[in-house]
Design a protein around this ligand. Structure first.
Ligand code: S3P
Length: 178
């Protein structure tokens, strides 16, 4: 029995928010929302286009507007997989807490890099040594923010997908109700 309106997954790129969110939604009979995909649909452009044509700050505004809209709609019964930067602003953190229990999926940077280095859909990632260093700096700069934004953390490095899902279901029972 889940006593939370919604479950919000936060964390760095490559930590499995979308994959875990999709499977978790199936398991709980919740609806799955991928925030990046929803924002792309609203904007009528993919994230690369939004970043290159309008700039990162415009993307961040779309993220905040989207979260605000979900709060206004008072949605329930959803797993929301956020983009890796969505939990960074205090305003977004406030909206997320309003929506439900916030779960941080974290992994060691080496695993993250292995997963994201070849992906073409992330404007903040290119497969070069320089990009790796920059991304690691970005990861380190965000860790404290994710810690502050979440209600609980799951370290995914050595867990299977099933174990991650069971871990989330079990641990949210102990998180304050939203
Ligand atoms: C971003 C992460 C991406 C996407 C955008 C920016 C970030 O989402 O929102 O490219 O700032 O970390 P994923 O975490 O799903 O890759």
């Amino acid at each position: 029995m889940i006593n939370h309106k919604n479950i919000i997954l936060i964390g760095f790129m490559g930590c499995g928010k979308s994959t875990v969110g999709y499977e978790l939604a199936k398991k709980l009979n919740f609806n799955f929302i991928d925030a990046d995909a929803a924002i792309e649909a609203i904007a009528g452009e993919n994230i690369h286009q939004i970043f290159s044509e309008r700039g990162e700050s415009a993307f961040r505004k779309l993220e905040t507007d989207y979260l605000k809209q979900l709060c206004e709609q008072n949605i329930a019964g959803n797993i929301l997989a956020t983009g890796g930067g969505m939990a960074l602003s205090e305003e977004n953190q406030k909206y997320m807490k309003q929506l439900g229990v916030v779960v941080w999926l974290d992994a060691k940077f080496d695993l993250i890099w292995q997963r994201v280095k070849s992906a073409k859909h992330r404007p903040l990632v290119t497969n070069t040594e320089e990009a790796k260093v920059n991304l690691q700096t970005l990861y380190k700069s965000r860790v404290d923010v994710y810690a502050q934004a979440c209600d609980l953390k799951v370290e995914i490095d050595r867990l299977t997908l099933d174990e991650i899902i069971l871990g989330i279901i079990e641990s949210i029972r102990y998180a304050k109700e939203s």
